[in-house]
Every structure is written in structure tokens, then in C-alpha cells.
Design a protein around this ligand. Structure first.
Ligand code: GLU
Length: 483
């Protein structure tokens, strides 16, 4: 059997990290078994679904490298299929019309609450007569279709991650609503509800393995009953652990980031993020191996190696993985990646005329980058003729004798038509010798004068870059007039 799996996000928000991680596991499983990975957009909630979220989901998956083989299928374009499924259940006597008003349902819940009972529908309209139905209709009530759930039923499945799972029918909240009668298409169950649509789709798409978050376990119990009622074979189920924050709660916006877009804007690379998401719940056969591409992980991926326990989100680990990827990016590509951050910071960047210079700058700062956003601070002192000096740098420059050292560097600079690594070193050596000071003092002072800070990338390389723009001379002249 060639596996067919799917990711079925609801377009009610941007692509969430939890959904993306589920997509990663589905993708790895499909690729490992040379199966199919299908994208289905569950947009039947008309009020909350938006086209821009569908676009965001598609672009997020593409950015992460999770290509799909079929789809995207939109549930709103498949209503006829669900309608047939609902009709089958009605014809078999396994579903019925329930005419309870929202107020009646609310009262039911209030009473249950008062008795400390879990909220559930009490199945009161399960056996309405035709006459009773007509009476409700004549009152203008709009029914929902409910699927009968036997309270005494025990639902058991062999979960591919969690092993044997047992769920009681009585814990499923009573007969389940599977469709609302559409306002527009009177009597024609225009709006199928989640569990029904999922089962009809998974059957139609011949899904063999449903791999999704453990927050869907109760849905799985309901869906197994629907498969049986439709007389169809139940697929395999695998419930992945949730992604938790440091407090052990589900990762949310409050934790700093929750959508793939958030992570992209924070400067994470897609390969690194996909790599980290793979590790959120899965371990490679060699558990010390932590850096791998999706393709490499797919070669050895198996659901047996997915943990049952929730996966704690670890920012330090993600940062470390990102830096490993970032340090390997070739300079020309790195320039393209950091360009938007430089532009956002307001640095003067002209990609056409400065490409070589920018590539040299990218190589210089690359070892200090953890996230792409770090490029802003790491290259701040390398852009522009003007500089803002740190207090430390000013203090250094005002030390006794430092002005003369800087002046001497300037004087020497004119002797060289072209500054090279060797000539820059020569100047530092000569000035150090002439002033009989320690080389460290010359270096520190020069760094303060050229870069406005006492820490930063390699001094000689930085100087060479500044010199190509003539900014070393401008900056040193400027500071000499101020100290
Ligand atoms: N649409 C559901 C969600 O976004 C997923 C359904 C499923 O995987 O079965 O959570």
C-alpha cells in the first residue's frame, strides 16, 4: 500500500507552527514511503475563513520546502460530496434533524453546569415523529443534522504513536451535529460541519494515514464512528505531541511567535526551521545527529520514533540550528537574504553598484549571525560616512595620546594609493612603533575611531571595506575635529 497522507489546515489564521510541524511529519512520512502528500483547505467555517490565510498557508508550506502532490482542495468546492454523505446517514437512520434553538441548548448547558456535569447534548430530538418535525418547521426553526452516538460504545484504535487508545461513547458530548441547514439552500444541509467533512474527504481522497496533533484525539473517536456508519474502512491514526512553551502550555502568540510568518520575519531560515520542527517530537536513529535537511530526515523517518510526550519549544536550540545553517550560506546568497533587513534599518544599500562590496561585508559578519536580523547590528558601523560613537569609544578616543595616534594613522594613509590587508597592518605596526605604545592600544583606538565601538567584526577587514568607500578618512577626520 502506498501511503496517502494530508495536511488539512483551516484558513482562519496564518500558517501556525503546530500545523507546519504536523505538515513536516506528514511530508516526511509520505516521502519516506514514496507516497502522496495532499493539501486540503478546510474552509467550511465561512465566517472565519479568509482567502489571504489560504495564500499564507500555501506560501508558508512552499517556503519551508514542503511541496504537496495533490491539491490544494477547498472544502467549499466539495459541498455536494458532503451532502451525499449526510443523505446516506439520514437514509440509514443513523442521523436525524434536531430542532433545538440556541436558547434551548444554552439552558441545557446551564442545568448541566449547575449539576457539575460536562456539557453535552441530551439527544432529546433523536426520536421525533414526522408530525413533531413539521410543527418545529412551521415555527420557522432551522434544524441541524445530528449523528447518533451510542453512549455504551467503546471506541478503540491502535494509534501509530500512542499505541492503544480507548474512548468512551458517553464522553463524546451526545449526538454530534454534522451539518447545518443552509439559509440560502433551504433544506439542503448547506454547511457540513468539521467531523463529517473530514471523514468524507479522507475517504474520497483515499487517505491511508491520518497524522495530526493530539488535540484531535476526541475527534478521531467521533470520526471512527462516522467511517463505520458510512460502511468504510478506518484509516490508520497517529497523534503527534503538541508543541509546548516553557510553562508546558500550547505555544501561542504570547510566546513571541506562533506563525511561520513570525519566524520568517525574526530571521530564521526555512531549512533551519524545518530542521528544528522535525526535532520537535522526533529523534533520528543516531540521536546525536541534529542537523539534517528534510530530505535527509525523510530517508530514515518513522512514526515509531515520534515521542508521546509534548515537545517543549526551545529558542536556544532553534537559534543554534539557525546559526549552523546561516554560517554555511555563501556570501552572494547571504546578501540577498539580509538585504531586506538592511533596507528596513535604513542603510544605504545599492545592490547593483555595490554587489562585491556587500558580499565582502556579508562574509565579514557571517560568523556572528544567529538570525538574519542580527545583520542589522553587526553591520551598523560599516554603513555610511557618519557614525554615532558609543560612550566607551569616546572615552577611548579621549585617552592621552590617542588623538596623535589617530592623526598618525591618517598621515600614513596618504602614502598608500591602495589600502590592502598588508598595508593596513604596516600602518598599525609603524604607528605602534613610532609612539612606543602597545599594539592593542593602537588597535583599540583605531577601532573606536573607525567603527565608533570597541567591539565588532575583524578590524582590518572592516577598515578595508570602509576604505573602499572613503568612509575611513571621513570618519577619522570627523572624530579628530571633535576630540
Ligand atoms: N482543519 C483541522 C485543523 O486545522 C485539521 C483537521 C485534521 O487534520 O483532521 O486543525
Amino acid at each position: 500500500m502506498t501511503p496517502r497522507v494530508r495536511i488539512a489546515p483551516s484558513p482562519t489564521g496564518n500558517l501556525h507552527i503546530g500545523t507546519a510541524r504536523t505538515a513536516v511529519f506528514n511530508w516526511l512520512f509520505a516521502r519516506h514511503h514514496s507516497g502522496q502528500f495532499i493539501l486540503r483547505i478546510e474552509d467550511t467555517d465561512l465566517e472565519r475563513s479568509r482567502t489571504e490565510y489560504t495564500e499564507n498557508i500555501k506560501s508558508g508550506l512552499t517556503w519551508l520546502g514542503l511541496d504537496w502532490d495533490e491539491g490544494p482542495f477547498l472544502q467549499t468546492q466539495r459541498i455536494e460530496l458532503y451532502r451525499q454523505g449526510i443523505q446516506t446517514l439520514l437514509d440509514k437512520g443513523l442521523a436525524y434533524r434536531c430542532y433545538c434553538t440556541p436558547e434551548e441548548l444554552e439552558q441545557m448547558r446551564e442545568k448541566q453546569k449547575a449539576k457539575n456535569q460536562a456539557p453535552r447534548y441530551d439527544n432529546r430530538h433523536r426520536y421525533l415523529t414526522e408530525v413533531e418535525c413539521q410543527k418545529f418547521e412551521s415555527e420557522g426553526r432551522k434544524p441541524v443534522i445530528r449523528f447518533i452516538i451510542d453512549d455504551d460504545r467503546e471506541i478503540v484504535w491502535n494509534d501509530l504513536i500512542r499505541n492503544r487508545v480507548v474512548w468512551k461513547g458517553s464522553d463524546l458530548g451526545g449526538d454530534m451535529a454534522i451539518a447545518r441547514i443552509s439559509q440560502i439552500e433551504e433544506g439542503a444541509f448547506g454547511q457540513p460541519l468539521y467531523n463529517l467533512a473530514v471523514v468524507v474527504d479522507d475517504l474520497d481522497m483515499k487517505i491511508t494515514h491520518v497524522i495530526r496533533g493530539e488535540d484531535h484525539i476526541a475527534n478521531t473517536a467521533k470520526q471512527i464512528l462516522l467511517y463505520e456508519a458510512l460502511g468504510e474502512k478506518v484509516p490508520y491514526f497517529a497523534h503527534t505531541p503538541l508543541i509546548l512553551n516553557q510553562d508546558g502550555r500550547k505555544l501561542s502568540k504570547r510566546d513571541g511567535a506562533s506563525s511561520i510568518d513570525d519566524f520568517r520575519k525574526m530571521g530564521f531560515l526555512p531549512g533551519a526551521l524545518a530542521n528544528y520542527m522535525t526535532l520537535l517530537g522526533w529523534t533520528a536513529c543516531d540521536s546525536t545527529k541534529e542537523i539534517f535537511s528534510l530530505g535527509e530526515a525523510a530517508k530514515e523517518f518513522s512514526l515509531e520514533r515520534v515521542n508521546k510526550a509534548g515537545a517543549k519549544f526551545d529558542w536556544d536550540k532553534l537559534d543554534w540550528i539557525n546559526s549552523q545553517y546561516l554560517h554555511k550560506v555563501p556570501a552572494p546568497e547571504l546578501v540577498e537574504l539580509v538585504l531586506p533587513y538592511w533596507q528596513e534599518a535604513g542603510y544605504e544599500v545599492n545592490l547593483e553598484s555595490d554587489r562585491t562590496w556587500l558580499e565582502q561585508l556579508a562574509s565579514l559578519i557571517s560568523p556572528s549571525l544567529i538570525r538574519l536580523t542580527d545583520a542589522i547590528k553587526e553591520s551598523r558601523s560599516l554603513f555610511g560616512a557618519k557614525l554615532i560613537y558609543s560612550t566607551e569609544a569616546i572615552e577611548q578616543l579621549r585617552k592621552e595620546g590617542v588623538k596623535d595616534i589617530i592623526q598618525a594613522v591618517m598621515n600614513n594613509l596618504v602614502n598608500y594609493s591602495q589600502l590592502t590587508e598588508d598595508s593596513a597592518k604596516d600602518i598599525i605596526k609603524k604607528v605602534t612603533k613610532d609612539f612606543k605604545v602597545k599594539k592593542g592600544l593602537t588597535m583599540r583606538s583605531l577601532r573606536a575611531g573607525l567603527m565608533g565601538e570597541l567591539h565588532g567584526p575583524d578590524l582590518i577587514q572592516s577598515w578595508l571595506l570602509l576604505h573602499k568607500k572613503g568612509w575611513d578618512v571621513t570618519r577619522l577626520q570627523d572624530i579628530l575635529s571633535k576630540i
